[in-house]
Design a protein. Structure first.
Length: 92
């Protein structure tokens, strides 16, 4: 496969996506917090935590914080952090 050439419109869409990636990932984490509150123990909860970890990596959350959240696997801890990150992102 060779390099793809994108139209000006497609380039704009791609550019806006990457400019807003942090906001998109924070929104996904908010949704995951809700789903984790409702999930019961089991495979579904495990999959949700895997998705949360991927979002944390994309957000470039410091390793110590990510590791703490993932080791504890308590939705309250994740929710508090997401709330703080949202507040900080709105200040920028």
């Amino acid at each position: 496969m060779g390099d793809k050439e994108y139209s000006k419109y497609q380039q704009g869409v791609i550019d806006r996506y990457y400019k807003n990636l942090d906001a998109i990932m924070l929104q996904k984490l908010q949704e995951l917090v809700t789903e984790l509150y409702l999930a019961k123990d089991g495979p579904k909860e495990d999959k949700l935590w895997e998705r949360a970890e991927k979002a944390l990596l994309k957000l470039k959350i410091p390793r110590q914080i990510k590791d703490h959240i993932m080791q504890k696997r308590r939705v309250e801890i994740l929710a508090r952090n997401v709330e703080d990150w949202l507040k900080n992102s709105k200040r920028r």
